[in-house]
Design a protein around this ligand. Structure first.
Ligand code: NAD
Length: 314
């Protein structure tokens, strides 16, 4: 079996190939089976969780194994650890082991780019990145695979983190600047992409201007929000899969209060890749909310297996 560490996993996932692979899987209607959540009791500390996310095509399969160990914060270790095992469907033979965190950051940015391929204006050049973490760092290259992105602005709740990401992007050759005034930065952007742990809306709908595409990655529990109700009400709404409406505060809360209706959610990545009308005018505001799923992991598993980078054979 080949083992790819975090850097090799990232290198094995070029965005062009990854986005096209993901598009093909969603267009084919492939559905991943249920994910399994197991609680693992711990002695003298909070229980740990084991999450298993499988998916397969007729030729390749993968399973993402993630552990969440809250007690690790006292040990000064990361709470989340993950890997993705790729196996041959014909024989079951294990082929490749990929770094879970690197794969997740990469496939998440790719899913946002796939949404933007259908929803952002063709001439979108200016990208505003909200957040400066692992996913945020992937967004510029991902969106550039689908739109002619030229300028980047980065905002983070911790200004030093925004500065660090902007500096890293400049070193890669980007025209990138950190910004401290989010409200002033929003109207200048063609695409606004948020990947944060925010629990209260950072992005207000009143700041949006016609023609923008909003991409919301962060909120994954009912108590998290990145954009307010007004942003949702002003936009044509799309999700990655229907689970986004059930799990994420972004949509769950406004659906419950009646700020938006289920009928306002116009489609998911299956519908978009199968021809549902996406953006229908240059002045529309579009919004894409993702929570992630195993089909995206499978797209990455297939891409990394077909485009092998240097790994270790054991
Ligand atoms: N949609 C998906 O498929 C998907 C996949 C992976 C991660 N995520 C989510 O995306 C988010 C970012 O993930 P990551 O791996 O980049 O995390 P990260 O920890 O690397 O980065 C988190 C970012 O959020 C910022 N932040 C922290 N607290 C905040 C707050 N209260 N308000 C605003 N910003 C805050 C941090 O400064 C940092 O920039 C997380 O919520 C994660 O669960 C979504």
């Amino acid at each position: 079996m080949k083992i790819l560490d975090a850097d090799a996993t990232t290198r094995s996932l070029p965005f062009d190939a990854l986005i096209n692979q993901m598009e093909a899987l969603f267009a084919s209607g492939l559905v991943a089976p249920d994910r399994y959540h197991h609680t693992m009791p711990m002695l003298g500390e909070q229980d740990a969780t084991l999450l298993l996310m499988p998916a397969w095509t007729e030729t390749l399969g993968c399973v993402k194994v993630v552990t969440a160990t809250p007690g690790n914060s006292a040990r000064k270790l990361p709470a989340i650890a993950g890997s993705v095992l790729v196996f041959d469907r014909a024989t079951g033979a294990h082929l490749v082991l990929l770094d879970g965190a690197a794969l997740t950051a990469r496939r998440t940015a790719a899913a946002s780019a796939l949404g933007a391929r259908y929803l952002a204006r063709e001439d979108a050049r200016h990208l505003l990145i909200i957040g400066a973490g692992k996913v945020a760092a992937q967004l510029a290259d991902a969106f550039r695979a689908v739109r002619p992105i030229e300028t980047l602005r980065v905002w983070d709740v911790f200004p030093a983190a925004a500065e660090r990401l902007a500096e890293a992007l400049r070193e890669e050759g980007w025209d990138a600047q950190a910004v401290s005034d989010l409200q002033a930065a929003v109207p200048q952007a063609d695409i606004i992409s948020a990947a944060t742990l925010a629990t209260d809306p950072l992005l207000l709908g009143d700041w949006l201007v016609p023609g923008q595409h909003v991409d919301l990655i962060g909120a994954f529990t009912p108590s998290m929000r990145e954009a307010d109700d007004r942003a949702l009400q002003r936009a044509r709404l799309f999700v990655d899969t229907k689970f986004a409406t059930m799990e994420a505060g972004e949509l769950k809360a406004p659906l419950e209060t009646g700020a938006i209706a289920q009928s306002d959610i116009l489609g998911d990545l299956y519908a978009l890749t199968q021809g549902t009308p996406a953006r229908t005018g240059a002045d529309e505001i579009t919004l894409f909310k993702s929570v992630g799923n195993a089909v995206m992991d499978l797209a990455a598993a297939i891409t990394a297996t077909l485009e092998p980078e240097e790994g270790t054979h054991v």
